[in-house]
Every structure is written in C-alpha cells, then in structure tokens.
Design a protein. Structure first.
Length: 281
C-alpha cells in the first residue's frame, strides 16, 4: 500500500515498519528461548537485552511479559500490576510479550501472544482475533468514531464469548497514537515509559483537546470523534477466564478519499497474520 502513497509518506512509513519488524523479530527470538521456570522479569530482560544489542536506546515503554492468568489481567486493579513479576512459566501456559522500542527516531508498540506447548483454548483466542483486525480496519475506513468502533469490538467479543481485557489498561484504551521521537544518546524513563515519547503523547493530547480529538482510543466521550490521521498502535485483547491473547500493531490513518489508502495496517507480514494465512489455527 505504501507504494501507492506519496514518496515522502512512503519513506516515513519504512522507518516505522523497520522498528515494528525488529520488535516482532525480538518477540519470536525470545519466545523460542522460553522454558519452564523462566520468570516474567527474566523474559522482559531478555527482550531489553536483545533490542539493546541491535541499537535500541530509547522506549515508548520498556518490555513487559505476562504469564498464565496474568495474560488475562486477572484481578488487575492498579497500574503497578502490569509490571513483570517473578511468576514462572509452566508447560501449557500462555504468555504475552509486549514491547515499545524507539529505533532511529521511529516508534513501535507490539504485542505477541504465545503458549509454552499445546493449549487449544489459547489457539482459539488467537484465531478469533482475526475478526477484530478486519472489523477495526473496515470501520476506520468508514470513518466511524473511535468510540463507536470500540463498542463494536466489545460486541464482537461478547458474540465470541470473551471478555474485553484491554479495558483494564489505563483509560481503557484499545489504541494510542505514536509518532517520531527525537533521537538522543540517552533518554530517561519514568515508571518504565520513555520521557521523550511521553512528551510527544502529551503534546498530541494538548493539541487534540483544542481541536476536539484525543490520541487515546477509549470507550469514553473524549474518543467520540472520527480517526485522526497518523499512526495508531492498536491492541484488541481477548480474555476467557484465566487465558488472554492479543496482537498489537500499527494502523496507518490518512486523510485520503481513497478507502484503501485512507487506512491500512502498516505491515501484513507479521507473525499473527502469517499464522492465520497458513491456517495454523
């Protein structure tokens, strides 16, 4: 799709596609190394070290890892519960790896769901996420409001028999805007979030408040507007009792009148998309 866009935008998207692919490559490499007894903290450190070894020095947020029922955010009530713990991985247990590195000034935010061994329920959740990816793209192209799309995702989850677990995130967001971040030799983090990236999100929030839009895609009134052009990290998160699964990837929204160019997923060569296309679930 990028080839049909202006040269300037296509060039800009290449940088975001590169860091998103790097992130998923990291997730697959770390997932392949997970064994019974590895803790969430160790899995998060493995992601950090892998990315650091490939030139990442800044973050939108540092890597997370959730194992077992923590993939469904069971009993999560405060933000500190999202941070990695000493929970060990066990055979048959689902896991989610989530990272948001900044590389060469471009940001990605990805979520990778996997399982240590066979787990038919987890396979079913992963398969059913495909419908959410298709619904979100279709309704963004229709220029439905973010709030309406969120509600339609909720309804689809109910029909599938699942609980909405992205509602447990701060502000209940299913997505947030991302942008370029000024490169620095060293950038501090606050509670695991990069200061430079947070400044950018805060700037978007201030600008959007004046113009009637929000960089946070939530079920609340402040998201009751059509999709704002830009890049959105989208993460529908399904839960069924103690099992959770999600994907997270970049959705590109433009002001084009051409439906196919008005919104599209940045990259269709991602692990969960390949899995669907290969009929693995």
């Amino acid at each position: 799709m990028a080839s049909a866009l202006t040269g300037e935008l296509a060039a800009e998207l290449r940088g975001f596609r590169e860091v998103q692919r790097l992130s998923y490559e990291c997730a697959e490499a770390v997932a392949a190394q997970l064994r019974p007894g590895v803790t969430e903290r160790e899995a998060a450190r493995m992601q950090r070290e892998w990315l650091y070894g490939r030139g990442v020095r800044d973050w939108f947020h540092r890597p997370f890892a959730w194992f077992g029922d923590r993939t469904a955010f069971v009993d999560f009530k405060v933000p500190l519960q999202f941070f990695p713990t000493n929970r060990p991985l066990e055979a048959g247990m689902p896991f989610i790896l989530d990272m948001a590195p900044v590389y060469r000034g471009h940001t990605a935010d990805i979520g990778y769901s996997g399982c240590l061994g066979l787990n038919p329920l987890h396979d079913r959740l992963l398969a059913d996420l495909r419908d959410h990816r298709e619904l979100i793209l279709r309704e963004v192209r229709e220029r439905r409001t973010l709030r309406e799309i969120y509600q339609d995702v909720d309804r689809l989850m109910v029909r599938q028999g699942y609980a909405n677990r992205h509602r447990a995130y701060p502000f209940g967001v299913i997505a947030h805007k991302i942008d370029r971040v000024r490169e620095r030799r060293w950038s501090p983090t606050v509670f695991g979030f990069g200061v430079q990236a947070l400044k950018g999100l805060a700037g978007d929030a201030l600008h959007g408040h004046r113009d009637g839009w929000s960089p946070l895609w939530s079920p609340y009134k402040f998201s009751d507007h059509p999709p704002q052009p830009g890049l959105w990290a989208v993460e529908p998160h399904l839960g069924f009792r103690g099992t959770g699964a999600k994907f997270e990837e970049i959705l590109v929204v433009t002001d084009s009148r051409d439906p196919e160019q008005s919104a599209f997923w940045l990259d269709d060569d991602l692990p969960h998309v390949r899995r669907w296309n290969e009929g693995a679930v």
